[in-house]
Design a binder for this molecule. Structure first.
Ligand code: SF4
Length: 371
């Protein structure tokens, strides 16, 4: 059953990785070799303005397209992004996903609407069904009378494979073992459904940019023709400032730090940057508790002892260095949230409303670049 009332295709057709967006691009029949001709100037201009706005304002960017084919402009914007630094790829994908999910929440699904949500899921090639449908499936399977009752407060269910492909990375709340799974489906609340849509959009945008990067030769004439503007956009990106929503922070450590600790406990192999973030965060937390840095080194080493490659001597030397007890005597601070997010280490997609994980520490000393 289609959902005319929800008109979701107005939104989804603006994205080149959705079913409707792909059809628009195919119908437009644009040839890459023609993109430098005058005829395409408005589309290229839209693509560049979009890039500029997304890099500058992130999820708060106001995107307006002069031409009807927003999906085509977006596709070209992604191709131009593919020629830039990989951190910009993530910035674009992250902003796009948030803009998409916020449009879904505010315009289309202000209250639960199963058919509308299923339509969005189809556009994104996600298998989501309503909890009632799952209940009927299970009832039939068990050959029972009536309906099998499903646990509250779940409204939807996503196929386990789509869940594994698209659930937020490193977020302890999304570990598969913590979720009810029934008949190959993982149950979702309304909030979970928005989140998995957001993550799917981010994955699709990153995948598309990455594929375009593999075929960048095709776009060389276009990239050369706008190289000055692209350079200016790229140069502006390190100064990107994102707005901080002031919130009351939950007690305890931030999700990014918890995720790294959990990964270590599970015998995983966190990246160098993840280990750096964890060690510097724990050092700051320990010092904020009034302990001496030497004492803190012992405490900070604890979670690292779970790592398969743990070497007491090397780890101690490194933590002492980060604590400012060796070398240049600099007391290092954790990377910013934006940097962690660009490395895929922020499970909340910059959702905590802080600029640096160290802001979770009560009474912490002010860290450069944080509020
Ligand atoms: S927003 Fe910052 S503090 Fe929160 S999980 Fe992401 S990186 Fe960590």
């Amino acid at each position: 059953m289609r959902t005319e009332s929800c008109s979701i295709s107005e939104l989804t057709s603006k994205y080149p990785f959705t079913r409707s967006g792909r059809s628009i691009i195919e119908e437009a029949g644009v040839r890459v070799s023609e993109l430098t001709s005058r005829e395409f100037e408005p589309i290229i201009d839209d693509a560049l303005s979009m890039l500029e706005a997304l890099i500058k304002d992130g999820e708060h960017a106001k995107l307006s397209f002069k031409v009807r084919e927003a999906a085509v402009s977006r596709y070209i914007a992604y191709a131009l992004t593919a020629s830039m630094d990989k951190r910009i790829w993530r910035r674009i994908a992250d902003s796009e996903s948030k803009i998409f999910s916020s449009a879904v929440k505010s315009s289309y699904l202000s209250k639960p609407n199963l058919e509308c949500l299923k339509e969005i899921a189809r556009e994104l090639e996600l298998r989501i069904i309503g909890i009632g449908e799952l209940s009927s499936l299970v009832t039939k399977l068990l050959n029972q009378q009536g309906q099998v009752l499903m646990p509250k407060p779940f409204l939807y269910a996503v196929s386990i494979w789509d869940y594994l492909r698209n659930s937020p990375r490193n977020d302890p709340n999304w570990i598969l073992g913590t979720r009810p799974i029934i008949h190959g489906y993982v149950l979702l609340t309304q909030h979970d459904a928005y989140r998995i849509i957001e993550e799917t959009v981010e994955n699709k945008a990153i995948t598309m940019i990455s594929k375009l990067n593999s075929n960048l030769d095709l776009f060389k004439p276009l990239i050369s023709s706008v190289s000055d503007r692209l350079k200016a956009i790229e140069e502006a990106s390190p100064q990107v400032k994102y707005r901080v929503t002031r919130r009351v922070l939950p007690k305890g450590d931030p999700p990014c730090i918890m995720a790294i600790i959990n990964e270590l406990k599970a015998g995983g192999n966190p990246s160098h940057m993840a280990r750096f973030a964890l060690a510097t965060y724990l050092l700051h937390r320990c010092v904020a508790e009034g302990k001496g840095r030497e004492e803190c080194v012992e405490e900070v080493l604890e979670p690292f002892k779970h790592a398969a490659d743990y070497n007491e001597k090397i780890a101690r030397y490194q933590v002492e260095h980060l604590a400012g007890l060796r070398g240049g005597r600099k007391f290092y601070t954790p990377p910013s949230c934006q940097e962690l997010n660009s490395l895929g280490l922020c499970p909340t997609n910059l959702g905590c409303g802080v600029k640096n994980p160290v802001q979770f520490i009560r009474g912490s000393t002010k860290v450069e670049g944080t509020e």
